[in-house]
Design a protein around this ligand. Structure first.
Ligand SMILES: [Zn+2]
Ligand SMILES: [Zn+2]
Length: 666
């Protein structure tokens, strides 16, 4: 009589063994309802076993209450992927199962596919006059048909990677297999969906954050039956339940939005895609104009195929990039954002009837309100970060917990009235542009205005149609968009990304500058890029301005190796948090002491503990440690030790989160 090993979506890491009722037939991969701590919960059968857990007799086990499925909803390979992810990311296995399914399928009741009430989004149909691929594109497609390991497709901005993906997917479909195309949320526009559907000549399944649960569920069912053959979407599209998957493509593979940063399951969708492809024995393609150093390093070592596209598909040349030294050329009087050079370039561009894109690396009107007499900065009482000064409505706002107050009249420290908003933001820039260029149509796109997907899509559409003269915004305007009439890109201040407390700051700066510069001059007219900075000699700015990925990666990889940072080591962030300030600090130090003693002079290193840069969020104090190890197995081992220690020795008010291969150091 076998028993079922069941994963349950709670914070526990192990599987639970249940007795199987006599009549229905339980298979691994099925959903079950099981009694658990006096409740009925959904569980997932991971495996069957003839072994009782040690110390248990048959009558100690509880019995499965009910089967939710007649056939497994997780394939054998999907179960192996789930196990791998739970193990690698030190995540509760039930939580991993939960992430892989639409929420509807996690409910105890209901379960039929309800017809979505909303009609489907309108996707603009896509017409491309002629489709002539360059030799580099054709060669890349031929190469992809033969790959035996992951392929890194490194193509300069505008080199036509999307067309390569689509041609490759067509090949997969011919073999009667299915394909997944992962894209960052920002790139998932109606234009892209329209283009994919018309090129592939079929409906596709779409994953994005705004998708309703009924659509999610409907797509899931259709993919599982093989009625839909292509999934396009964000992170969780990785779990698309295709019966005969043929390829996974990860566009903009360097994008940090692929890393889940919340909750208890911190997976990286790109890395998980590589594992799924390996388990399914299928092709996986990583595409980018600015590959992550992790992927590039793997390609250099020969672990990945490397395919390089050096030319733009339209034959256009890469834009000319100039650095403007703000130490020599100050902002024009009365302006907080524009130098004369940039202002004149915008003027000329308007005169020629061409479009301009301006990029600012932060949101809000100004970063903070400062007292000019004593230097006091207003910060959030809950979260210990600076409050952002907002003009509309006039207020100070915390971007972590949404705490907000009106503008104070006096400094809380010295009672001075000399309070001044400092820094620049998209709203300030918008105001200045309207003042300098009253006749121009100026549109702003940042996180404050773009929370609505429809609004964001409309602005991007208007931009493409030439209805906008100057588009300004944050990261949202930098990525992936193809605006043929943009010939000037201005970066207001390149330095902001350089000063983040993060060992990847130089890489992030290089990536964002290359991406935003890549929006310029994509069609017939040549493009120009102006970057304002106080550090024009910094190597990531110099390399970005000369389109020199090779020198940049060489120098940055050398630094990483010297400091033993990824990709030359594995990092995990141990986050401890609690509403009791002294408990969490104490816990962090005792964990450090334990790990140090346990590891001795072993190779892994422990950094910290330190207060998190954002030391308090939603009333919880946060401390963190970093564990650096030479390889995955060592790291895993130490994470197991950490979990054991926390379970046995730390007070329950202190919560533990583990982030393996952490990307966000805040
Ligand atoms: Zn003051
Ligand atoms: Zn706050």
């Amino acid at each position: 009589m076998p028993y079922a090993q069941v994963a349950i979506p709670t914070l526990v890491h192990q599987l639970f063994t249940y007795r199987i009722p006599s009549s229905p037939f339980v298979k691994p991969g099925m959903r079950l309802i099981v009694p658990f701590r006096k409740k009925k919960l959904i569980g997932f059968c991971m495996a069957l076993t003839a072994q009782l857990p040690s110390g248990f007799s048959e009558k100690d086990l509880k019995e499965i209450t009910e089967l939710k499925d007649t056939e497994p909803i997780f394939s054998e390979k999907m179960l192996r992927l789930i196990e791998w992810l739970a193990d690698y990311y030190a995540a509760p296995i039930g939580e991993v199962c939960r992430s892989a399914l639409p929420a509807r399928l996690l409910q105890i009741k209901a379960g039929n596919v309800a017809k979505p009430r909303l009609k489907e989004e309108e996707h603009s149909s896509f017409h491309q006059a002629s489709l002539k691929l360059t030799n580099q594109q054709l060669e890349a497609i031929e190469k992809l048909k033969t790959i035996s390991k992951p392929a890194l497709l490194h193509g300069v901005t505008g080199s036509g990677k999307t067309e390569i993906y689509l041609q490759f997917i067509l090949e997969i479909l011919k073999e009667n297999k299915q394909a997944i195309l992962l894209v960052p949320e920002i790139s998932l526009t109606p234009q892209l969906i329209g283009r994919v559907e018309s090129r592939l000549n079929q409906k596709i399944a779409i994953y994005h954050s705004g998708l309703s649960e009924s659509w999610r569920h409907l797509y899931w069912e259709k993919m599982r039956k093989g009625e839909l053959k292509v999934a396009v979407g964000t992170r969780s599209a990785l779990f698309a339940p295709f019966p005969n998957l043929g390829a996974i493509i990860v566009d903009e593979e360097h994008d940090s939005s692929y890393k889940q940063g919340e909750g208890t399951f911190h997976y990286h969708a790109r890395d998980a895609a590589i594992v799924r492809a390996k388990l399914e024995k299928i092709a996986v393609v990583l595409g980018s104009a600015t590959p992550s150093l992790e992927s590039f390093h793997n390609a250099k070592k020969g672990k990945y195929h490397y395919i390089y596209l050096s030319e733009r598909a339209t034959g256009a040349s890469l834009p000319e990039i100039s650095l403007i030294d703000l130490r020599k050329e100050k902002f024009i009087e009365g302006s907080q954002t524009l130098s004369t050079t940039l202002k004149e370039a915008i003027s000329e561009n308007l005169y020629r009837g061409e479009q301009t894109l301006l990029f600012l690396n932060r949101r809000g009107f100004a970063n903070f309100l400062i007292c000019q007499d004593c230097g006091e900065v207003f910060s959030c009482p809950n979260c210990a970060i600076s409050l952002t000064y907002h003009k509309n409505p006039v207020s100070l706002l915390c971007h972590y917990c949404d705490y907000r107050i009106g503008i104070p009249g006096l400094c809380t420290k010295c009672q001075s009235t000399a309070l001044k908003p400092l820094g620049q933001g998209t709203e300030a820039l918008e105001e200045e542009l309207q003042k300098f260029f009253p006749e121009a149509k100026v549109v702003r796109l940042d996180r404050d205005t773009s929370t609505k997907r429809e609004h964001r899509h409309k602005v991007l559409h208007d931009m493409k149609k030439g209805k906008v003269d100057i588009l300004l915004g944050t990261q949202i305007v930098a990525k992936g968009h193809d605006f043929p009439n943009v010939t000037l890109v201005g970066v207001i201040l390149a330095d902001t990304a350089l000063h983040l407390p993060d060992f990847r700051a130089a890489e992030r700066t290089f990536q964002i500058l290359t991406q935003v510069a890549g929006r310029s001059g994509r069609a017939e007219k040549p493009g120009k890029v102006l970057i304002q900075t106080f550090h024009p000699e910094h190597f990531s700015l110099v390399c970005a301005s000369t389109h020199n990925f090779e020198t940049f990666s060489e120098q940055e990889l050398k630094t990483r190796e010297e400091l033993s940072y990824p990709p030359f080591s594995r990092l995990a962030q141990i986050k401890l948090q609690s509403s009791h300030e002294n408990k969490v600090e104490e816990a962090a130090y005792s964990l450090k002491k334990y790990l140090t003693k346990y590891m001795g002079n072993n190779i892994p290193m422990i950094l910290g503990p330190a207060q998190a840069p954002i030391s308090k969020v939603r009333g919880k104090y946060r401390w963190q440690l970093l564990i650096k190890a030479q390889n995955v197995n060592l790291l895993k081992h130490h994470l197991k030790q950490t979990q054991e220690f926390v379970k046995k020795h730390l007070p329950s008010q202190v919560q533990l989160q583990i982030d393996v291969d952490c990307l966000n150091m805040m």
